[in-house]
Design a protein around this ligand. Sequence first.
Ligand code: MEV
Length: 323
Amino acid sequence: MKEKVEVSAPGKLMLLGEHAVVYNRPCIVTAVGQRMHATLEVTDEKILSIEAPDVQVTGYTKLMSEAGKGEIPKGARFVEMAVKNFTNQHPIPNGLRVTTRSGFSEFGFGSSSASIVCVTKGLSEILGLGLDNRSLFNLSYQTVLGVQGTGSGFDVAAGIYGGTLYFFTGGKEIEPLEIESLPLVVGYTGIKADTTEIIREVAQRFEGQSQLLNILYDQISTLVKKARVSLKLRDWTGLGDWMNYNQEFLTKLGVSSQKLDDMIAAARRAGAFGAKLSGAGGGDCMIALVADETREKVAEAIIQAGGQVINVDNNVEGARIES
Ligand code: MEV
């Protein structure tokens, strides 16, 4: 058993298929250069301690045997449940100190899911198990469902596998797409979205209209499959059109907002191939697909519309052991 490991995992950006992917449909997601870093240290006393200053968790401790039970501060929930799920299946005889740092918790790039991935991969390394990506995904997805009660698992898949993935609900399909990075401009609305709440709102909005909702999700599913082809061909005009089309369905689902709409419209007017919200909606980020020549103009337009442009690499490496 190792005494200490440092592990990192990338955040994610949803490219196409959000919401539909929660309900047995595919999506396309890319891993981003903003990484969560976690240090896992084995300690003598059978105590779990968590330091996650980015999400206001400091000096939090609990008996290892109590992990996952009782009151858990919001910021510690994902790490603690990941430890619990992992050690239920692969017990460790000692205590554990987990320290995380990310610096991107406000943008909706999936810092919570990246922390689950870090803990799961880190514990596998500490115990010398060398779990493969599929096993890491299954454990991590179990944690997502344990904490949120809902979710497709696309975020933990991006954290584990990295790159750009064609992903089907619950990991029924995880296909790494062999592409280079995508020419994206990412605009942040300044508003943090609550994914679980927005998923619930969509379900409520369409109560008694499940047929209509299914038609919308089927149409999103169809366009995601077509977008996958455009992506592989590096057909940016085609991909941009699918993004615009996807945004129409997200508007029909009721998850866009005035601010997102303004930023998306501004990006399109400035010459983007396509633009849409990314993630649950309501806030967080929008993405625009651009040519080299339009990048600056699109970025400027997003700022003029009240957004903050965030420098983000995409299609980056998945979870890795740093030391
Ligand atoms: C949130 O970023 C994307 C959703 O599709 C939720 C999920 O897939 O888990 C709304």
